[in-house]
Design a protein around this ligand. Sequence first.
Ligand code: HEM
Length: 534
Amino acid sequence: QSSTNTDESKTTKTMNLLDNASNLLTNFLSGGKIGSMPTAEGAVSDLFSRPLFFSLYDWFLEHGSVYKLAFGPKAFVVVSDPIVARHVLRENAFSYDKGVLADILEPIMGKGLIPADLETWKLRRRVIAPGFHALYLEAMAKIFTDCSERTMLKFEKLLEEEYSRGGRTIELDLEAEFSSLALDIIGLGVFNYDFGSVTKESPVIKAVYGTLFEAEHRSTFYIPYWKIPLATWLVPRQRKFQSDVKVINDCLDGLIKNAKETREEADVEKLQQRDYLNLKDASLLRFLVDMRGADADDRQLRDDLMTMLIAGHETTAAVLTWAVFLLAQHPSKMKKAQAEIDSVLGQGRTTFESIKKLVYLRLIVVEALRLYPQPPLLIRRSLRSDCLPGGYNGDKNGYAIPPGTDIFISVYNLHRSPYFWDKPNEFEPERFLVQKESQGIEGWAGFDPSRSPGALYPNEVISDFAFLPFGGGPRKCVGDQFALMESTIALAMLLKKFDVELKGSPDSVELVTGATIHTKNGLWCRLKKRPNVH
Ligand code: HEM
């Protein structure tokens, strides 16, 4: 075993060297000039000593909202400005692709929406986005509730066992629990497959975590070392990755085959007339297969499902993790949320309608996303020359961008920008809420709700790109409402039944980051049944 590990590390080192050399060459040939931008010089230790987005924040305060980050010959443009972010993500979106992110995700997601080339993306986005229609989301509210209930039952059972031993509380890694919950929900909601991971382990579940682990590892390297010829076969970890992806793909192939065999020809309108709430299978896969015009081949469908499985799993689990982390440090806000939940739900279950009434809880979810955006960086590469507009702070004239420039839009910096937020690092869900009592309108502080009438949650349109938890423009997350509702319901069900506190100090919860911001050793919490809750 140890000699295998040594071989693996030698091979990895060689590959890194080879890749660094090829990057040097590429940069040399492309010129790599990015105008007269302020430059932050990164040391390799910045990449490994702490999450990169922390250093990007310090450099943002020092160099302004558009700066160049140089690691030796490699340079990235770091954007922390809403106007520039809006330009790259929305106004000139098709002058950029996903660059290094596509390199990382393509081996997992194939031609799924996130890494897809523009032509495939246009076609598939048109088919997939309508699948998240209002009736689907309403049906999903039931799945969110059923799955959350399963998790709460598990906690209650553990508590009862503890009572019999004379204890009153249980200690749990809530990050791991949320991860299982989110996996079960995405499986049922997207392809009607019950992973049942809250209560059991299976080869498919293990394969999902193996794949996520590798995706995470690759995200911390901004160099595609796995593309080196034969790496897939020579490096044991890469071989394991291939076999994990195959396990999931086989499972998805089976589900697609089954959905096709039971296909009912329908168009969108007919689908919408269906009694969605009573459908046995209201999943997105059912919609994609039944909908006329969705003649994608099995391979494309599988890539789409895999993309949503990966994109919608750890992201939502992370929102729940950080929401609890923040609430546990603010007991008065937890009590306020519990009072709202008690008054809205009483002894009842969460529903689509109750989400609308859980105003404070919804703001807790978005405030958690403001402080811990998932992912903290959006990645783009310019396909052609562009000119970035002048931003709020930094050079007002903007900068010329040559083709092939790698850009990081730091959502973390935008969300904690001292130029746009009062007390940017503090947990203050109320910041979004302004009651314009004279008009009876509920809105969000500093923003213009009329830009996105009826939106249940503050978004990038209302905030004009100062707050973009789901990105913006044509590549914006398709699952945003799904994820927000799922998080609101899961949090409501947890806080309805339990008081939660951190097991250790907040400082002992270390952050690590790959695709999402998560904890190093889990979010260990103490749970106690709330008085008068049965
Ligand atoms: C894209 C965040 C949940 C599916 C994105 C993007 C962000 C994001 C920031 C844009 C990436 C970019 O511009 O480079 C989140 C967060 C989630 C979440 C924070 C949970 C809280 C979900 C869920 C699904 C999903 C539940 C599916 C059910 C996708 C897909 C894309 C995407 C398919 C690519 C869209 C495209 O390129 O057209 N997500 N997401 N996400 N997300 Fe999500």
